[in-house]
Write a protein that binds this ligand. Structure first.
Ligand SMILES: [Zn+2]
Length: 319
């Protein structure tokens, strides 16, 4: 492992991404807790970064800095993906309190309510009920442990193209109004309209349907990219300059898709490949380090900031 000229020291940027936040007191009881970051931890992390000389910047600024040769610039970007109500109610207010920017990557099918958020609806139902009916089976979910196990088991079974149909049947069997649950968890166009002129909020696109771009035929892949950009322009009047690939790992987006992001008019595209931003970074395959429920102390963060998680991922072939 060589860490010399272009190694651990020198100008570097680190991009983090996450999905949802939850209060520390609620986090333990969430069936899908790994999908959330503890809000108290995120608060402490922003304090820690300010204390240790890491500046929080927009992706626009990440691109500017990656093109410069500052000797020891250290900067981070945070992006929150998909578009959940807690992004509007909790995440943006937290970043505002710290006076630092946050990037929102919006899947436009979420505020349009054309993308069934089965993962959020399933979790919401399991939290509220003591038993749920899945296909012909009744599953007891009376304790936090049972809720967690049931969520993981059902979500794993559903994770495929028929998940929306399975979720629709689940809503019928359990007396759930899918529209009500959607509004409870989704960010809306009104909320986004409230944020669009905020200098601390940068809004980018994250597809229309959240489909894995690499799995789509060329015209469908390009229309996911262009479609989300056009929808943000129509609904918010903003020219979204940045895109984040749904899922974002190596198998989810490749060189063809990076080129499509360029063709669709974006100035950058982000993945979830681990690693740091160095001078000369390709703008269409930006690495981002995913924060999830397992990140509740600063040790893992320090590993990301040092670049060691990216090095380890490459070494282990997990990119
Ligand atoms: Zn996503």
């Amino acid at each position: 492992m060589r860490m010399t000229a272009n190694g651990l020291l020198g100008s570097r940027g680190c991009m983090f991404t996450f999905h949802r936040v939850a209060a520390s007191t609620d986090w333990d009881a969430l069936p899908n807790r790994d999908f959330y970051i503890d809000l108290g931890f995120l608060d402490r992390l922003l304090c820690h970064l300010a204390r240790t000389g890491w500046e929080v910047v927009t992706i626009e600024e990440v691109l500017r800095r990656a093109a410069r040769a500052d000797a020891d610039a250290r900067y981070v970007n945070f992006s929150v993906d998909d578009g959940y109500r807690d992004t509007f109610e909790e995440v943006v207010p937290l970043f505002r309190r710290h006076g630092v920017p946050i990037t929102l990557f919006i899947t436009t099918g979420i505020p349009d309510a054309t993308l069934p958020m089965w993962w959020a609806g399933l979790e919401d139902t399991i939290i509220r009920k003591d038993s749920v009916i899945v296909e012909d089976e009744t599953i007891e979910v009376g304790t936090p442990d049972a809720k967690r196990k049931a969520y993981l088991r059902i979500a794993k079974a559903w994770d495929g193209s028929d998940a929306p149909d399975r979720y629709a049947a689940f809503c019928t069997h359990n007396g759930i109004n899918a529209n009500t649950v959607h509004s409870k968890h989704a960010i809306s166009w009104d909320m986004l309209d409230d944020l669009r002129l905020d200098p601390l909020v940068e809004i980018g696109a994250h597809g229309v349907t959240h489909d894995r771009i690499s799995s789509l035929q060329p015209h469908a892949a390009l229309s996911e990219l262009e479609g989300s950009r056009k929808r943000l322009l129509k609904m918010l009047g903003i020219d979204a300059r940045h895109f984040a690939f749904p899922y974002g790992r190596s198998g989810d987006c490749g060189p063809r898709d990076f080129e499509f992001a360029h063709l669709a008019g974006f100035s950058s595209a982000a993945t979830t490949r681990k690693g740091l931003i160095r001078r000369g970074q390709d703008a269409y395959s930006l690495p981002r380090n995913t924060l999830n429920g397992a990140h509740r102390n600063l040790t893992m963060i320090e590993l990301h900031l040092s670049g060691l998680t990216g090095v380890a991922a490459k070494t282990l072939g997990r990119v």
